[in-house]
Design a protein around this ligand. Structure first.
Ligand SMILES: [Fe+2]
Ligand SMILES: [Fe+2]
Length: 338
């Protein structure tokens, strides 16, 4: 056979084998009349139909319902799933609260009674220009917020506290997510590995969001409040993103000092509860979502929830001061969930 004709026939068959649609178009293009019922097309259609049957759409609930098992069903996978503490946490949460609580949370520390009670107010003295800039920035923000929100004046009650907690947690959930996103993009852009920081930063972001979700079980914010959150997020996310591109060290130190203030705030809150200044919360049960997330006792109250949140803040304080002191290419010393 002529070599050119041989190449043409070979190419034609390769195209025909790829898909039935290209087969039909190609045949029209080269002027060949073939019956659509040829075996090749039939078998291709059968393959398409069988793959479609792997999943269907439940029209009643409009949900995607898989009807075939996961492609990986080895014993290793099943064993790993059964032994995973995270999965056990998910199962506990879903069995206790059904659809009311999303069990798909990341790994995070579960504090013992002793750990929650041993949290202390600490301060890392600033060392150098960057540290001082972060420290002065946090102190200035705290003074401004305490003054503008009226927290520094008058008697502190439950309403004042919950408004403060909700607002500050909407801000606290930003740095971890922005830092994780920035490092993720940096890894993609520079074709370099991340050294394990991203998961810790994402865990922090979710943990702060869980503080917020728990507080929202106590009070629903007004529209004015929501507007303030929207405005603050719009400004803070962009500022933090630019700052993280310029100096990750400054940003982690800033968050470290912010978390020092968070520990001070929650310690003051626990003292207010102990002093009887917040009678509504003295015996109020902790929200279900908080009991499930921190694995609190079934009869846990609001004080128990705030003790767990304070322990989280003390953990973020240590994590961010540590990350600030590391070089961006150093290994993250914090394993998942710790
Ligand atoms: Fe928080
Ligand atoms: Fe925090």
């Amino acid at each position: 056979m002529n070599p050119s004709l041989s190449r043409f026939v070979s190419t034609s068959f390769r195209v025909l084998l790829r898909s039935p649609s290209s087969c039909s178009y190609y045949c029209k293009f080269v002027g060949i009349q073939i019956s659509p019922s040829i075996g090749l097309i039939q078998s291709s259609r059968a393959l398409c139909q069988s793959s479609r049957q792997i999943s269907t759409t439940d029209t009643s609930s409009n949900k995607h319902v898989p009807t075939a098992p996961h492609f990986k069903t080895s014993e290793t996978r099943k064993k790993r799933q059964a032994e995973s503490e995270i999965d056990a946490h998910k199962q506990d949460a879903s069995s206790s609260y059904g659809t009311r609580f999303n069990p798909y949370t990341m790994a995070h520390p579960i504090w013992s009674e002793n750990e929650m009670d041993s949290v202390e107010i600490t301060h890392r003295p600033p060392d150098g220009f960057v540290d001082w800039l972060a420290f002065i920035g946090v102190k200035t923000l705290r003074f401004g917020f305490d003054t503008l929100s009226g927290f520094s004046f008058g008697k502190r009650n439950e309403k004042k506290w919950i408004n403060r907690i909700i607002f500050l947690e909407t801000v606290a959930g930003v740095p971890g997510m922005v830092a994780a996103m920035t490092r993720h993009l940096h890894s993609l852009r520079r074709l370099k590995r991340d050294y394990g920081w991203i998961h810790t930063l994402l865990e922090e972001a979710e943990n702060e969001r869980m503080h917020l979700i728990s507080a929202l079980m106590v009070k629903k914010p007004s529209w004015f409040f929501r507007g303030c959150v929207l405005l603050t997020q719009g400004i803070f996310v962009n500022m933090f993103f630019v700052a993280y591109l310029i100096s990750p060290r400054l940003c982690h130190r800033f968050v470290g000092y912010l978390e020092e203030e968070a520990v001070i705030t929650y310690t003051k809150l626990l003292k207010d509860i102990d002093d009887g200044a917040l009678p509504l919360w003295e015996n109020m049960p902790a929200p279900d979502v908080a009991v499930a997330y921190w694995k609190l006792e079934d009869d846990a109250n609001m004080r128990d929830m705030f003790r767990a949140i304070r322990a989280d803040e003390a953990h973020h304080r240590e994590v961010n001061h540590t990350l600030s002191s590391l070089k961006p290419d150093d290994e993250n010393p914090f394993p998942p969930g710790q």
